[in-house]
Design a protein around this ligand. Sequence first.
Ligand code: BG6
Length: 505
Amino acid sequence: MNKPDDHMFVIFGASGDLTKRKLVPSIYSLFVLDLLPKKFALLGAARSEYSDDEFRSNMKDAINEFGEHEDKSRIDDFLNLLYYQPYDSSEDSINKLKKKLDDLRKGNSISGNTVYYLSTPPSLYSTIPQSLASVDLNKEEDGWKKVVIEKPFGYDLESAQELNSKLMKDWHEDQIYRIDHYLGKETVQNLLVTRFSNGIFEPLWNRNFIHHVEVTSAESIGVEERGGYYESSGALRDMVQNHLLQVIGLTAMEPPSSVEPAAIRNEILKVFQSLRPIKEEDVKNCVIRGQYLSSTIKGEKVKGYREEKGVDPDSSTETYAAIKFYIDNWRWGGVPFYIRTGKRLPTRVTEVVIHFRPTPHFLFQQEDFCNTCNQLVIRIQPDEGVLLKIGMKTPGAGFDVQNVNMDFHYSDLSEQRIPSAYERLIYDAMNGDTTLYARSEEVMEAWKFLMPILNAWKNDSSIPLYGFPAGTWGPEKADSLIEEPEMTWRYPCKNLSDDGIYCEL
Ligand code: BG6
């Protein structure tokens, strides 16, 4: 694999949770894998008044606790590359930060190449880049400059556009990396490989053979310590606007002309541009929202959403959302797409299920419309893999058909470790590869699609917010989204090959 050019990596929000849990442990993994350049330094910046040594000691604990690379023997060597500069958005502190960067560059003979990673509250996503530009830290004469921006990119279409135009005053699109950690998941990228490296799928991957497509992203945890953030977000903004729509983009896109970032991102954008707008008056029929209620899961009492820390006791924030929609293009005309996501569902699972059409004539006895329809399940997590459901003869007299599984589990592929999403995305940003980052048009199209839903929920109080017991599969009403009365959502288990209601969750 390529080593990135020599550079400085600056993390704003360096005393925060993401830095500790994901960013620094991922960069440590790159260090152990010898994927960092020879000349490299990491500068943490945040409000806290740490010295370099205090920051190093905090990061040492973080890598020991959260580091995914099992080799911890090189932590001390890695820590020598880490520095810290207090930063509070003031003019004085940006000048001090600039001075520290200059000194580090000179001291370590590093060129002007720099990644600025914003792991801060969203309110700083425009002010930090502006402040960097005010002291020319965006200028590329002495080397490239990139800004990585965490989600959420905006709160709605208007604020996303506003943020974008503020950024565009001092930076150009190629310098901005909008992160969506789902795109860093190996199995999300495998959607591309499954589709475009196998000749057998392409002829079937369209309205003629596919009955509907289902995407589930379920979590068994609640909002935990993030009630405050989640109150201003909800499932639609937190998961659908970014992660789930990106998964839809990769599932539904046309084959790109190459694996160049622009080719892939253009095709994803076309999918987003083809999403049929949901009219505000149709929201009550095509979108179901829910909120988890207190319950007992495996003998343990769990809180309802409204009782969580930082949550308004009368909150109407949705912790569950399910949507039915269409993609208006030649490939997908008339094929319903169903997506659902929620917290405090029975298990943590993300998967795409392609439901193929039934045979044109039922030769063998069928229990119902589609009890043996073929399904292709692409499991993103956990028990990553791919499963095909096919009908087989039940041994014995007659021609009874039963559904059986052909499954492939990623864990069987090799001993090779799967890099974490952040490891992959940080490495790509260092190398200037934008394939797995969202372009501004994609983000705007995603917001455009969601705005009628957000508006309808805000303006029409007659649209129900269904309560459902924590640990169940969300509001029963979500079943009514699926067109055929005999069909339901798939009820996935922890293990890809298990099925049905009685499985390990
Ligand atoms: C984050 C959301 O983007 O994704 C969280 O803000 C959510 O609410 C998380 O828990 C899920 O990510 P993963 O990788 O655990 O599926």
